[in-house]
Write a protein that binds this ligand. Structure first.
Ligand code: ATP
Length: 305
């Protein structure tokens, strides 16, 4: 082996503060969405090791390990897809072995973009470790090829996501809010939730333009009170705990409580830590999977550690 380079990166999850979905798929099978996404401080830790090869053997180039037995470690892992995309694009598959360890804190299949943020971190880390000098635009382009939520995870902060979620317009950062997250054991398949929305969901006119004006005017109270997620009604049918979590959060004083993405995680936004702790303690009696975190501004979604 010639030389080794290492990098440790934290990759942050997201919540969908607002999610408007157009019914029925586009020709490419995706739904058209308008979503206001927000980075949160709940993060996974990724350890990257790039080893220069002495021979040109191309087998088993990308080696993924994790403390979480629920995620795939092969080509199905979005981190693998991101690393392969970089190696193929720059024709350097025969030059490097990439080892990536993923320490998960973000619950899997929870609507928190766990896999997408890991993939985004992989693009950013390999750009640095392999001295590729890719611009943010180039990273965003590659991110969109891996998954709809990956470009947002590159940008972070507060942003509008359009198209199938991959077209990102950065918005001014929201102020700091505490965020309580809670999810039941049930896993939701994103595809199944969208399919059910097509058959029984109600499509509402999107209010993203008004919401963006409210952010720009710093009218955060109105902004937070008008949020909705079109997929929530499907989530409520699938998992009654969602209703209970929301009722508890509102009763205790959350500014807003809503399902994120295609579920099943519910977030509750709070303006002080005392309230967040109170909601956290109450939700603990409903489900084991409860977290206190907070909003994260743009530029903070990856921290080298
Ligand atoms: P999103 O909010 O972007 O729709 P999610 O948070 O609901 O995503 P993920 O945690 O990304 O869901 O998991 C979705 C699927 O992706 C799971 O079936 C999981 O096995 C798979 N997966 C692939 N790579 C990863 C990864 N690095 N971390 C977590 N899940 C991964």
């Amino acid at each position: 082996m010639k030389s080794k380079r290492r990098l440790k990166v934290k990759s942050a999850g997201k919540i969908n503060l607002y999610l408007s979905v157009s019914k029925n798929c586009r020709a490419d099978g995706y739904h058209e969405v308008k979503s206001i996404m927000q980075s949160i401080n709940l993060s996974d830790e990724l350890n990257f090791e790039v080893i220069e090869k002495e021979n040109t053997d191309t087998s088993n180039n990308i080696i993924i390990t994790s403390d979480n037995i629920d995620i795939p470690l092969d080509e199905q892992n979005l981190v693998h897809k991101a690393a392969k995309l970089i190696l193929d694009k720059y024709n350097i598959t025969n030059r490097y072995i990439i080892k990536i360890n993923i320490k998960k804190s973000i619950p899997v299949a929870a609507g928190l973009a766990g896999g997408s943020t890991n993939a985004a971190a992989t693009l950013v880390a390999l750009n640095e470790l392999l001295n590729l000098n890719l611009t943010k635009e180039e990273l965003l382009g590659s991110a969109g090829k891996i998954g709809s939520d990956v470009p947002f995870c590159i940008s972070g902060g507060t942003a509008l996501a359009e198209g199938r979620g991959e077209i990102i317009s950065n918005l001014p950062n929201l102020p700091f809010y505490w965020v309580v997250l809670a999810k039941n054991g049930k896993k939701f398949g994103t595809k199944e939730v969208y399919k059910k929305f097509d058959s029984i969901g109600k499509e509402k006119p999107s209010i993203h333009k008004e919401l963006i004006e409210e952010i720009k005017n710093k009218d955060f109270d109105n902004f937070l009170k008008r949020l909705f997620n079109d997929l929530e009604e499907i989530g409520l049918l699938e998992d009654e705990t969602i209703t209970k979590i929301k009722q508890t959060a509102y009763r205790l004083g959350a500014i807003v409580s809503q399902m994120t993405g295609s579920g099943p995680t519910v977030f509750a936004i709070c303006d002080n830590l005392k309230l967040a702790r109170k909601i956290y303690d109450s939700l603990k009696s409903l489900t084991n999977s409860v977290f206190i975190t907070h909003t994260k501004s743009s530029g903070q979604n990856f921290a080298s550690i």
